[in-house]
Design a protein around this ligand. Structure first.
Ligand code: HSE
Length: 372
């Protein structure tokens, strides 16, 4: 099987490459690597071989692939994909970007949650598969058991999204902001006689001062947060917030009878794990222990963290979850709003299940489907 890989050097692409190597995904495929800027230069070493990079705009080279996996981004997809299809290319396109997600001919891939939707798509001849929005994927993996038991009437998700969701440069800037704040207050912090209010004044002066690096984020994120992600859409929502109901129900194949997923999306100073505080309206009163068992048993990755201080602090944070495929779900309790209202908190690595993992798994599913 000839598989072209585009955008393998960026942040999501690098995580994809790492996961594909770890999982042996290159065994039995003929991988070609494309570049938008360095065609002809040596590509990555795979299986002891290193081939020159192909041009990511070369339609002929792209058409020679049976499968294309891309993390290059939406602009490149919109440049090359329509021309490929117009030229009659009927290979499989697996894309991390949002450009094609809402097309009627596209299936969104999150196989632990929507394998039947993926299989139906394959049987129906769908050839375009997109990884969904990271926040939505991580939420659905966490509450998979409740969805499969058809217990969910609606969900409010209040998010705590990592800098990585905005991009690699934003992660760098977050660290630079932390460093700038510390550099300007270190002398005060180290002197035990300094009043905390003097330290605080110095910190806010640094954050508001000209020296604070805000070229990417636009405002301070270190020591602060940003309650706005992506562009405005109708009804006062941001696009990131809109994706929950739009992509969430498309993943579930429930466009005809959508579950209302809504909430506020907030950027916080974590590096690559998104967290979400969920209010889940159940359609009937189910004992908490049963709900915990459903969440725990739904898929290999979601697991319940007991609603206790030590277990929560140790297991339900970006610091604990980064680099792992686990989707811990904790703080589960019935709310004072009523017995059908469940609180939960979940954390997931937005570069793994949130971006790279569904793509590599789609290749595996495709190979099984095609018997290759
Ligand atoms: N839009 C997400 C964010 C990233 O800004 O955090 C991945 O979809």
């Amino acid at each position: 099987m000839k598989v072209g890989i585009i955008g393998w050097r960026g942040m999501v692409g690098s995580v994809l490459m790492q996961r594909m190597r770890e999982s042996g995904d290159f065994d039995g495929i003929e991988a070609s690597f494309f570049s938008t800027s360095a065609a002809g230069e040596p590509g990555p070493e795979v299986g002891g071989k290193r081939e020159p990079l192909l041009d990511a705009f070369d339609q002929e080279a792209l058409r020679a692939q049976e499968v294309i996996i891309t993390c290059q981004g939406g602009a490149h997809t919109l440049e090359v994909y329509p021309k490929l299809r117009e030229a009659g290319w009927d290979g499989y396109w697996i894309d991390a970007a949002r450009a094609l997600r809402m097309d009627s001919q596209t299936v969104l891939i999150l196989d632990p949650v929507n394998m039947p939707v993926i299989h139906r798509g394959l049987r129906d001849g769908v050839k375009t598969f997109c990884g969904p929005n990271c926040t939505v994927s991580l939420m659905l993996l966490g509450i998979d058991g409740l969805l499969k038991a058809d217990l969910v009437e609606w969900v409010s998700a209040m998010t705590y999204q990592a800098a990585s969701g905005a991009g690699a440069r934003h992660m760098r800037e977050l660290i630079s902001q932390m460093g700038h704040i510390h550099a300007e207050s270190a002398r005060l912090v180290e002197d035990p006689a300094t009043s905390i209010l003097d330290i605080d004044r110095q910190v806010i002066d640094s954050m508001r001062g000209d020296g604070m690096p805000i070229g990417e984020l636009g405002v301070p994120l270190a020591g602060s947060l940003i309650p706005w992600i992506d562009q405005a859409v109708d009804g006062g929502q941001t696009r990131e917030e809109w994706k929950a109901i739009a992509e969430g129900n498309k993943i579930l194949g429930r466009e005809a009878r959508p579950i209302p997923f809504d909430g506020l999306c907030v950027r916080v100073g974590s590096m690559r794990c998104h967290a979400q505080g969920l209010t889940i309206k159940l359609n009937r009163d189910v004992p908490l222990s049963e709900l915990e068992a459903l969440v725990d048993g739904a898929n290999e990755w979601a697991h319940v963290i007991p609603n206790e201080p030590e277990a929560t602090k140790a297991g339900l944070s970006p610091a604990a979850v980064t680099g792992k495929l686990d989707i811990p779900v904790g703080r589960m309790r019935k709310m004072h709003l009523g017995p059908e209202y469940l609180a939960a908190y979940t954390v997931g690595d937005q570069l793994l299940w949130g971006a790279a993992e569904p793509l590599r798994r789609m290749l595996v599913i495709l190979r099984e489907h095609l018997g290759r």
